[in-house]
Design a protein around this ligand. Structure first.
Ligand code: HAH
Length: 338
């Protein structure tokens, strides 16, 4: 039996089949290097970068679907659900989108017309394969009382771009579940601001169906109490919740130390306890949480190897660098089988 053969282990997707889908972010390299692991344990995928605006639509007249289509084909091949990520964001968005035809910034009408064309084309293309879209990503500020993050979107169109994005997406695929997605979602101040935005969208009749809690967490933060309070607050709006980008970093966010070459049994055990507590809590809210997606699958590849400290190894997942189950995997499995 090879190291990668996890067939002796229960599959994650089976362990939680009565609770929520289990997803992973993938890219054209990991669908090759992690194919067996993904097929065994996950029943949903999200494109890590390949469906972002700049990836799909680098010039006004040019769409580049090859990489995204490969990921869609992978989901089909393995009978997986697929989430779309993401239609409106302040990063990984091409400059042409905001540029006026005669220099300077585009007008609001032009920007919204471009957005509509993009959403129509992309959401329409994948309407048979993608069941949920992160329509708007990260428009709320992290600190202070100001609601909206400064961006070209906000500068040109005011707050209307948010409602419009949901309306265009709903028109393009009336069956798709439409999400607002953000990080620091369990921080009380940001949580309340996200709630304010979502409540106002719902009050205006905007077709928003869910909240994506990115869940870029670590061994220590956020507290379970803050996670619970955030889940309850968002769920009180009648929206469904998904964890969209879960990982559990070995480092606090402000910890920039680079001396750790391997996690060691101490940190692996802490991570196991943390994952157990998290999944216990998530299971309590299985009625409102419909999917839990990790931002990767195994420690051989994670965006955290470059964020927030470039080149620093991290070990945020349930599977190690050889794609074998870690102590955290066993603890989570025990939640269900014991
Ligand atoms: C996420 N931002 C994005 O949604 C995703 O598209 C990207 O691939 C990785 C992470 C998270 C984020 C953060 O945790 C802290 C600061 C900025 C952005």
């Amino acid at each position: 039996m090879s190291n990668q053969d996890s067939s002796a282990e229960p599959a994650l997707k089976t362990l939680f089949s009565a609770d929520f889908k289990i997803g992973a972010a993938v890219n054209p390299l990991t669908i090759l290097s992690q194919e067996q692991l993904l097929a065994e344990h996950f029943n949903s995928i999200t494109a890590e970068n390949e469906m972002k605006f700049a990836s799909l639509h680098p010039e006004e007249e040019i769409y580049t679907f090859e990489a995204a289509d490969q990921l869609v084909a992978f989901a089909r091949k393995h009978n997986m659900a697929m989430r779309g990520h993401t239609l409106v964001w302040h990063n990984q968005t091409p400059d042409w989108l905001f540029a006026g035809t005669t220099g300077g910034l585009a007008s609001k009408d032009i920007l919204l017309a471009r957005l509509k064309a993009h959403i129509n084309t992309v959401v329409g293309r994948y309407k048979n394969d993608i069941y949920a879209w992160d329509v708007v990503n990260e428009v709320i500020t992290d600190e202070g009382q100001e609601l909206f993050r400064p961006s070209k979107w906000l500068e040109i169109a005011g707050v209307d771009f948010i409602a419009k994005a949901f309306e265009y997406a709903h028109e393009a695929d009336p069956k798709a579940l439409l999400f607002y997605n953000d990080y620091n979602e369990s921080d009380p101040n940001k949580r309340d601001k996200m709630y304010t935005l979502l409540k106002s969208l719902l009050d205006q009749g905007v077709p928003v169906h869910g909240v994506g809690l990115q869940a870029h967490w670590n061994l220590y933060d956020p507290t379970l109490d803050d996670i619970r309070a955030a889940i309850e607050k968002y769920a009180s709006l009648g929206l469904q919740l998904q964890l969209t980008e879960l990982d559990v970093s070995m480092f606090r966010f402000d910890d920039r130390r680079i001396d750790l070459k391997t996690p060691g049994t101490g940190l692996l055990e802490l991570q196991a306890e943390r994952y157990e507590a998290i999944f216990k809590l998530l299971k309590e809210y299985r009625e409102v949480i419909s999917a839990v997606t990790f931002w990767g699958a195994a420690d051989d590849y994670t965006w955290l190897d470059d964020f927030p400290v470039r080149g620093r190894k991290n070990w945020p997942f349930l599977f190690d660098e050889q794609q074998r189950p870690k102590p955290a995997f066993g603890r989570i499995a025990n939640l269900v089988t014991k």
